[in-house]
Design a protein around this ligand. Structure first.
Ligand code: AMP
Ligand code: MN
Ligand code: MN
Ligand code: MN
Length: 294
């Protein structure tokens, strides 16, 4: 049996396992096809690839790009701001076009982490920057808001991961730093320039209304996006049927993915992926994996 989990994080972003350990954990969970998709970096691949090969796993080169998107409005509000969306690239062949766009993304990430830490200083008993940098193994360009949430937990400023977003890190909260990620179009173009497939990540986790999800999937497909992740199996059936319907309408294939990070995010479980319905096209079939053809 084939079992694909195509959205996974390692220590090269906000995951807790090394890429090699992640390959072992995925194998133990019965996964056969997988993708390492760290936030805005490809640096975990050299560690993941030999481990996957030794285990007989089919590993796709992947990434999760941070992008920004402006919600369409009948009348634009004077102070409307873009929201951040995630695009997963799968099956990257030639990595040069991706490395080229990552220079700016990584600079943005490192600068933002420092700016957030400055804002957090007045709430923390100790300077949060050294702890954040240590959690990201000294790679400032690897620091995500999830790491900053861990620092707030460690220092006792919050009691739960989610509280860190609700009180400090979320949009409009005191330590939020507005920033410029690449556009949705630029992310799709970079992924396709590498020979990969662009997948809209977790479309139901952006807090968008059904109307905005509809606009987003239409625009994503129109810009050259080729697939969308299915919502997790424990999402309401109405959410799932909305994505099923929109994928069909826009000719998008479907990706099965857990977005596993590690034991610190126990609600995202390795290998726990939703199932396709009859007749739906799996994204791996677009990438030439005949075992996933309908
Ligand atoms: P970043 O790319 O640095 O903005 O961090 C994104 C990561 O932070 C995501 O991949 C999630 O792991 C986590 N995250 C972002 N927003 C939230 C939220 N509202 N609640 C909980 N976790 C979140
Ligand atoms: Mn993450
Ligand atoms: Mn994401
Ligand atoms: Mn992710």
């Amino acid at each position: 049996m084939h079992h694909a989990d195509l959205h996974l994080h390692s220590r090269f972003s906000d995951g807790h396992l090394s890429p090699a350990d992640l390959m072992h954990a995925a194998h133990a969970a019965g996964v056969t096809h997988l993708a390492l998709t760290d936030h805005d970096t490809l640096d975990g691949l050299p560690d993941a690839e030999p481990a996957a090969q030794a285990l007989g796993l089919c590993l796709l080169r992947g990434i999760e790009l941070s992008t920004q998107w402006m919600k369409p409005r009948a009348k634009p509000l004077p102070n409307s701001k873009p929201i951040s969306l995630h695009v997963v690239g799968l099956g990257l062949q030639n990595l040069a076009p991706m490395h080229a766009v990552l220079v700016q993304q990584q600079q943005t990430r490192a600068d933002r982490a420092q700016a957030i830490c400055q804002k957090l200083q007045k709430y923390c008993p100790q300077d949060p920057w050294p702890a954040a940098l240590a959690l990201a193994d000294g790679r400032a360009e690897g620091i995500t808001r999830a790491h900053l949430a861990e620092v707030l937990l460690q220092q006792g400023v919050v009691q739960r991961h989610q509280q860190a977003f609700d009180r400090f890190l979320g949009d409009g909260k005191p330590a939020h730093v507005p920033l410029q990620w690449m556009s949705l179009a630029a992310a799709i173009d970079a992924i396709r320039a590498c020979g990969g497939v662009a997948v809209l990540a977790h479309p139901t986790r952006y807090g968008l209304s059904a109307t905005h999800v509809r606009h987003l999937l239409a625009e994503f497909a129109q810009l050259g996006g080729q697939a969308v992740e299915l919502p997790p199996a424990n999402d309401p059936p109405s959410t799932r049927s909305m994505i099923d319907r929109l994928a069909e309408q826009h000719g998008l294939a479907l990706s099965t993915a857990s977005d596993f990070h590690g034991a610190h995010m126990p609600w995202l479980r390795l290998g726990h992926t939703p199932k396709l319905k009859d007749g739906q096209r799996h994204v791996l079939s677009l990438l030439g994996y005949a075992e996933f053809d309908v």
